[in-house]
Design a protein around this ligand. Structure first.
Ligand SMILES: [Zn+2]
Length: 281
């Protein structure tokens, strides 16, 4: 029997692993998939048959991220995470809404290189995404799960990261240990500006706001701004498919974008860093 970092999504008890399945003392059991992830999303937490990004979206995302176009963001996140976990004893990093695992894998490698003995876990509501993540990035625990009911024990995480996925502050607060770090990535004001100029007649900037959450102290904001050349219609499409505009843009805007042989655009992420406060006595 092996300890895991997951809890039972039905009763909240710790899950242990034995013979290719995760089990709780209450008799609930969750099979591990061939790729090594487990499915911890009970039917009552599913709001669609196959929630989250579908196979085409997940594959577009993987193709784009493998070009290294967002590597400057991954590197900044790695720096923030290694700073947060250095010196902690056997810490746990949780990547919320991990998608196909690009950032999770990058963070895992960074921690290994820095010889920080962290356990790394990631989950996403999209089974397609988690399947791809678990297939490529080894040494990390992956699960299909919901951000609204994170299958991790109270105070278990020393660092929680979240890149552009649903924000559930009360769950983040519950799973983060006092003194632990929460790192959120949000789009900067002019993220993908030139792409938006192709799609919309009058694009608007993303709002820049400092967000505060109960139980967390805001530590600071790290801005990463750079320019990116998308040099084929395929890579333009793949990046577009990762954005919320993909679903919102009218046909005319999408056609204009599809007709471009290449596109240079600003890309901008802001990382918001928070420290989990001690619970009141
Ligand atoms: Zn159970």
């Amino acid at each position: 029997m092996k300890k895991t970092d997951w809890i039972c999504p039905l009763c909240g008890a710790a899950l242990t692993e034995e013979d290719g399945a995760l089990r709780c003392p209450g008799g609930h059991s969750f099979d591990k998939a061939r790729q090594g992830y487990c499915h911890l999303l009970p039917v009552q937490q599913k709001h669609a048959k196959n929630p989250g990004d579908n196979r085409d979206m997940v594959q577009a995302r993987r193709r784009f991220l493998q070009t290294g176009g967002y590597a400057p963001f991954a590197e900044k996140l790695r720096e923030l995470v290694t700073d947060a976990l250095r010196g902690k004893e056997n810490p746990l990093l949780l990547d919320v809404g991990c998608g196909e695992g690009y950032y999770t894998g990058f963070l895992y490698d960074g921690l290994q290189k820095e010889k920080i003995p962290a356990r790394v876990a990631g989950f996403d509501i999209s089974k397609e995404a988690v399947r791809l993540a678990a297939g490529r990035y080894k040494g990390i625990s992956f699960a299909v799960a919901s951000s609204f009911a994170i299958p991790v024990a109270d105070g278990a995480c020393d660092c929680v990261t979240e890149v552009f996925s649903p924000l559930v502050p009360e769950e983040f607060r519950r799973v983060t240990a006092p003194g632990g770090t929460l790192i959120l990535a949000v789009p900067g004001p002019r993220h993908l500006w030139e792409l938006k100029e192709v799609l919309y007649d009058a694009p608007y900037e993303n709002e820049r706001k400092d967000t505060f959450f109960d139980g967390f102290t805001f530590v600071g904001r790290e801005e990463v701004r750079t320019r990116l050349t998308l040099d084929t219609p395929q890579v333009i499409h793949d990046l577009f498919a990762m954005t919320p505009y993909y679903w919102k843009t009218g046909e005319e805007g999408s056609r204009r974008l599809q007709a471009l042989p290449e596109l240079e655009t600003e890309i901008a992420f802001d990382f918001l860093v928070y420290r989990r406060e001690e619970d009141p006595p």
